[in-house]
Ligand binder design. Structure first.
Ligand code: FAD
Length: 404
């Protein structure tokens, strides 16, 4: 039986909602806590459809939330996985510059990584690169030894298990369909009934802007879904990649560029690209949701973004529809890769917040409104940073949310 009155309700059973709930259950075990998730199981969206990389924090602007929470979150994630027997490996990665114009950008990433407090970074030449990744080619590469891999669906499941052990409740198949704010309480209406609460935290990922509107708060931005598609390397060619091989990312875009990832289960995949999806949960080209499309095209920021990034957008669509184009991108990093080495893999959809001026929100973004807190932008590396995000949100918002 589920009680209908709570001190705090967290909306969204992804890795961020669960980490926030875990932090509450640890710090305030006497507060009645409920997590509501619309799917039958937790971590069915971004948290279960990602690259599984424990990012080091090398890319992000020093001082940003992403930089600080990724660096501390990565260390916490490795420790959490060790403590709870979750498979993980700190395998390191390389970021490879394949053209002269990428060398200065590689240097800038190196500088940022040092400013963010990472140790062991070094720029290496062609010969050393071949010793680390014998099939990779490039002019120079940055070695990032603290990067790792894990399985964030398993991490999320462990968070949920600990929340329950600490006395909290995780309720699935409980889509939130309405939020009513009364004088002294908030009523959260779900497909499994209505629950009243003193405080609410919105961690609804791809739908966080809609939950914000439901709660009567204009989020001032729109969530735009970017699908990331993967190919798997056929088993006989996984030896082309030892660990993680990344390109130098385009600084005007918040995505890292298609890369090779060795998964914790030993398979290797290539991707993800970043294609504008026609549905917020659009894992395939054929998934089209008219409400989601309309919510994009009626937002002024969408057209401003389109004007700014149309060329990149078309390239991504082309690469998405043509395996040959996808492979050409990968050959810059591993020249031996051929079309027949790849089979279609999975996909994931990123929740990326877009501002009315057409800028993609770069940093993590949380907004509080009375006894409600909205987590509006937590793209990659938020899985890595999840424990640090949970801790930071609760440290800064506990008093406002009436948690003590
Ligand atoms: C392709 C891809 C690759 C990535 N790679 C990495 C990586 O290697 N490393 C890394 O650190 N990060 C990575 N990320 C980012 C990371 O996965 C996300 O930042 C993180 O999972 C976000 O977690 P979340 O809980 O906010 O979102 P989600 O996991 O999407 O959770 C939100 C939850 O809210 C639920 N929900 C939505 N609406 C409602 C409603 N009305 N009622 C109830 N519940 C609702 C959804 O069902 C969902 O379960 C990647 C993301 C993608 C898509």
């Amino acid at each position: 039986m589920t009680d209908s009155r709570y001190n705090v309700i967290v909306i969204g059973g992804g890795i961020v909602g669960l980490s926030v709930a875990l932090e509450i259950s640890r710090r305030f075990p006497h507060q009645k806590l409920l997590v509501v998730e619309k799917e039958k199981r937790i971590a069915r969206h971004q948290s279960g459809h990602n690259s599984g990389v424990i990012h080091s924090g090398v890319y992000y602007k020093p001082g940003s939330l992403k930089a600080r929470l990724c660096v501390s979150g990565a260390a916490a994630m490795v420790q959490f996985c060790s403590e709870h027997g979750i498979p993980h490996e700190v395998c390191g990665k390389i970021v490879v510059a394949t053209s002269e114009d990428e060398l200065a950008r590689l240097e800038e990433i190196h500088r940022r990584g040092k400013a963010n407090g990472l140790s062991g970074l070094s720029i290496i030449g062609r010969e050393q690169l071949r010793e680390i990744e014998p099939h990779s080619a490039g002019l120079q590469a940055l070695i990032v030894p603290s990067t790792g891999i894990t399985d964030y669906a398993l991490v999320s499941a462990k968070y949920a298990e600990l929340i329950t052990a600490n006395g909290g409740t995780v309720l699935t198949s409980a889509e939130v369909i309405g939020v009513r704010r009364l004088a002294n309480e908030i009523v959260v209406e779900t497909r499994r009934g209505s629950f009243s609460t003193l405080a609410m935290i919105n961690c609804a990922g791809l739908f966080s802007d809609r939950i914000s509107l439901m709660a009567g708060d204009d989020p001032g931005l729109r969530i735009v879904p970017f699908r990331g598609e993967y190919y798997d390397l056929v088993p006989e060619r996984t030896s082309l990649v030892r660990a993680l091989i990344y390109p130098v990312p385009d600084p005007s875009f918040p995505f890292l560029g298609v890369h090779f990832t060795r998964r914790i289960n030993g398979t290797v995949d290539a991707g993800p690209n970043a294609v504008l999806a026609l549905a917020r949960e659009g894992y395939r080209h054929s998934n089209i949701n008219l409400r989601d499309v309309s919510s994009c095209i009626t937002f002024s920021g969408f057209w401003r973004m389109a004007r700014r990034h149309w060329r990149m957008g078309l390239d991504e669509w082309h690469r998405s529809l043509s395996r040959a184009a996808f492979v050409r991108g990968l050959q810059k990093l591993v020249p031996e890769i051929r079309e027949q080495d790849l089979v279609p893999g999975g996909s994931g959809v990123r929740a990326q917040a877009l501002k009315p001026d057409g800028a993609l929100v770069d940093d993590f973004h949380f907004v509080s409104s009375g006894k409600v807190l909205h987590v509006l932008n937590v793209p990659s590396p938020a899985a890595t940073a999840s424990l640090a995000i949970g801790r930071t949100i609760i440290e800064t918002a506990a008093a406002n949310l009436g948690l003590s």
